[in-house]
Design a protein around this ligand. Structure first.
Ligand SMILES: [Zn+2]
Length: 245
């Protein structure tokens, strides 16, 4: 058993016994972990608990073997994204992002950049107004997929690497990007030129520009369709919350 200290983001909490919780965390220095927080529901506890999802803190935890629960020993809360609990569009955006992380981020794999991206995305959603949330949510999901290597460039064929001229393109759920005519599989989604531009923008633009953009309903619907199809390929299911974004 080794003891670690790390910044952590709480992704999910479940009550466990009268006094404790099982919490799913993303630790900056240790990756995604499931931990037992003993006594977190008692009056006085080392977590300022009960613990709640979408809270960041400095934690001390012990790692055992990957098939068993780790133990959360201490948590000092540093940030709580209150806006996510107050506005429905931000709530659904954060829910979709959390579902994504729980579904596809591997267990116990140190990924500090992914942690920073997840925290920054939640911070942006928490302070956004409702109309800003769809683009912020799509950008956050695309960037997490990109960070894990599940999204490819929008200007090249994801299979053969050939450069693709601007305009509509066939997005392949199995590849996470567009394909040229020669490589096109039957399941491809025909993305309009605007959708393709939107995906490129959402992957790369500074957050302040993402926040200002308003996607046309047809473009948002197609970005959502591409993301859901990719998730079905990767995780075997769609993100339940994404349909409300
Ligand atoms: Zn190709």
């Amino acid at each position: 058993m080794t003891v670690h200290k790390s910044s952590v983001l709480i992704l999910q909490c479940q009550d466990w016994s009268e006094t404790s919780q099982v919490v799913h965390i993303l630790a900056r220095e240790a990756g995604r972990l499931r931990c037992l927080a003993k006594g977190s529901r008692r009056g006085l506890n080392p977590f300022s608990g009960p613990l709640e999802r979408w809270t960041c803190g400095q934690a001390v935890f012990s790692l055992t073997d990957p098939n068993r629960l780790s133990t959360l020993m201490e948590l000092f809360e540093t940030e709580r994204f209150a806006g996510l609990r107050e506005k429905l569009p931000a709530f659904y955006g954060a829910s979709a992002l959390t579902e994504l992380i729980l579904a596809i981020v591997p267990d116990a794999e140190r990924q500090p950049e992914l942690y920073d991206l997840a925290v920054e995305s939640l911070r942006r959603l928490a302070s956004a107004d409702g109309r800003e949330c769809p683009a912020l949510t799509f950008a956050a999901i695309l960037r997490v997929l990109q960070r894990l290597g599940y999204v490819s460039a929008t200007d090249r064929c994801a299979e053969c690497g050939r450069h693709l001229a601007s305009g509509p393109a066939d997005f392949s759920p199995g590849h996470g990007g567009p394909l040229c005519a020669a490589c096109r599989p039957p399941a491809a989604i025909r993305a309009a030129a605007r959708t393709r531009e939107a995906v490129a923008f959402l992957l790369a633009a500074p957050w302040d520009e993402v926040r200002r953009v308003r996607l046309a309903p047809a473009t948002a619907a197609q970005v959502r369709e591409i993301l859901q199809a990719r998730l079905e390929e990767l995780a075997g299911r769609k993100l339940a919350s994404l349909r409300y974004v």
